[in-house]
Design a protein around this ligand. Structure first.
Ligand SMILES: NC(=O)c1ccc[n+]([C@@H]2O[C@H](COP(=O)([O-])OP(=O)(O)OC[C@H]3O[C@@H](n4cnc5c(N)ncnc54)[C@H](O)[C@@H]3O)[C@@H](O)[C@H]2O)c1
Length: 454
């Protein structure tokens, strides 16, 4: 089989490479000339574990190629996936669908020039609000004869940082379409997953579109729930990790996404919750719970700066703070909506000097957080600092030499916003340890705002 993947970002590139690994001939298209040039040279435009190897093996085997020319990609394609960005529209939180509709129009115009192509399935893999698939269908039918194409929704559930594994061994595949022909093309494309007995949910286009948003809003709610429980744990002397363990063992609840932290970020949860809230409001069925989740999460990120200030004795003015981790999660270079973007600027404004290190995110971070001092490694960041703040739980930060950290810090203060250290280990190393929702770790009291104490 032969497919085209429009948009070679975190989703398009991983999906394209994985389909090629399934034996499908894949042409990835992007408008970004530099990105395609790098991929043609074998350089990865993003950091995703295992991606470079997967791309190079399949490109060498002739199953995976990169181009800016849509016509080359669509020629002979059984299916074309739209995997372009759907960021939040400025001002109203609605998904900005301009990239999706532009891609649909370009696909239609190009297919019109390829009359010998036969039938093509146009698949939306981008996360799009309910109704978008039908609008894509209308764009195509204005330019193409009926019977030459079908439309399907195939939302993607991969997570950055484990994207290849998630694509290759997903919990489920969701395929929304009215067309039997589209269903059979997608069934054939995902055949290797059928062999692994991956559940495949066939739905209408509208249902498939909503499944994706409902899934992300549910997970964001779960994270927000445990974050609020963490605050309660601090107030009443309980341990959030034990609470999460205790409830997570209940099969109805599940253990995942119960890690208390600084609030969720990333390229999906915030924008997808906002878009779902818009869809629900427009449908006259407001999702007030998801609205509240977004508000609580924003408040939480802002409150983290206050926590850091309190750990520094009430003010960060003139203090140097070492920050480990800037990306929204480990194993990615993605900085979109990272908590660091909300937590660190107020500290800088309050007079702190931030010495930061992130294993893969610093190229992106430098564009978004230009006022930080960037370091070559964790120990350089910590050298002479008044506090160490752990923001992203990269594995390499789990095994730091605590004795060395203690000797490098000017004041022995550690604020761990991901609970990756054991309070006893920190105490043994002579470090004053603050963590989330664990009373054993010197919880932070008081509610002074950063502005007031700076
Ligand atoms: N990033 C994730 O973890 C993730 C997971 C699941 C779903 N999604 C969804 O997948 C979609 C893509 O997300 P992403 O993170 O890969 O985005 P991204 O910004 O990394 O990549 C989008 C790419 O599309 C390209 N593009 C835009 N318009 C184009 C056009 N007309 N022709 C060719 N290329 C074009 C851009 O140049 C860019 O390279 C979004 O809807 C997102 O919500 C993302």
């Amino acid at each position: 089989m032969r497919i085209a993947m429009i948009g070679t970002g975190y989703v398009g590139l991983v999906s394209g490479a994985c389909f090629s690994e399934f034996g499908v001939s894949v042409t990835c298209v992007d408008k970004d000339v530099e990105k395609i040039a790098r991929l043609q040279r074998g350089e990865m435009p993003i950091f995703e574990p295992g991606l470079d190897q997967l791309v190079s093996v399949n490109a060498a085997a002739g199953r995976l190629s990169f181009t800016t020319d849509l016509k080359t990609a669509l020629d002979g394609a059984d299916a074309v996936f739209i995997a372009v960005g759907t960021p939040s529209r400025r001002g109203d939180g609605h998904a900005d669908l301009s990239y999706v509709f532009a891609a649909a129009a370009e696909i239609a115009d190009t297919l019109a020039q390829l009359p010998g192509n036969g039938h093509t399935v146009v698949v939306t893999k981008s996360t799009v609000p309910v109704g978008t698939g039908r609008r894509v269908e209308r764009i195509l039918s204005m330019r193409l004869p009926a019977g030459g194409f079908d439309v399907a929704s195939n939302p993607e559930f991969l997570r950055e940082g484990s994207a290849i594994q998630d694509f290759m061994r997903p919990d489920r595949v969701v395929i929304g379409t009215d067309s039997e022909q589209a269903r059979s093309v997608l069934r054939a494309l995902y055949r290797p997953l059928y062999l692994l007995e991956t559940p495949v949910a066939f739905t209408t286009i509208e249902t498939a579109e909503l499944i994706k948003y409902a899934a992300n809003a549910f997970l964001a709610t779960k994270v927000t729930f445990i974050n609020q429980i963490a605050d309660l744990c601090e107030a009443v002397g309980a341990d959030v990790q034990d609470v999460a363990h205790g409830i997570g063992l209940d099969g109805r609840i599940g253990r995942k996404f119960l890690h208390a932290g600084p609030g969720f970020g990333g390229s999906c949860f915030p924008k997808d919750c906002a878009a779902l809230v818009r869809t629900a409001a427009e449908a006259g069925k407001p999702l007030t719970m998801v609205e509240r989740v977004l508000e609580i999460n924003d408040e939480r990120k802002r409150a983290m700066a206050d926590r850091i200030a309190e750990a520094c004795g009430g003010s960060v003015a003139g203090k140097t703070i070492a920050v480990l981790g800037l990306t929204f999660k480990p194993n990615t270079d993605d900085m979109r909506e990272s908590p660091s973007l909300s937590i660190l600027p107020p500290l800088v404004e309050a007079g702190a000097t931030i010495r930061a290190f992130d294993p893969e995110g610093m190229i992106e971070a430098k564009k978004l957080l230009p006022d930080l001092d960037y370091c070559d490694d964790a120990y350089q960041a910590v050298d002479g600092a008044d506090a160490l703040v752990l923001l992203t739980e990269w594995n390499e930060f789990r095994g730091l030499d605590l004795g060395r950290i203690k000797s490098l810090l000017r004041a022995p203060v550690v604020v761990d916003l991901r609970n990756i250290y054991q309070p006893q280990d920190m105490a043994d190393a002579g470090l004053v340890y603050h963590s989330i929702g664990r009373t054993t770790g010197a919880p932070l009291a008081g509610k002074a705002s950063l502005k007031a104490i700076a």
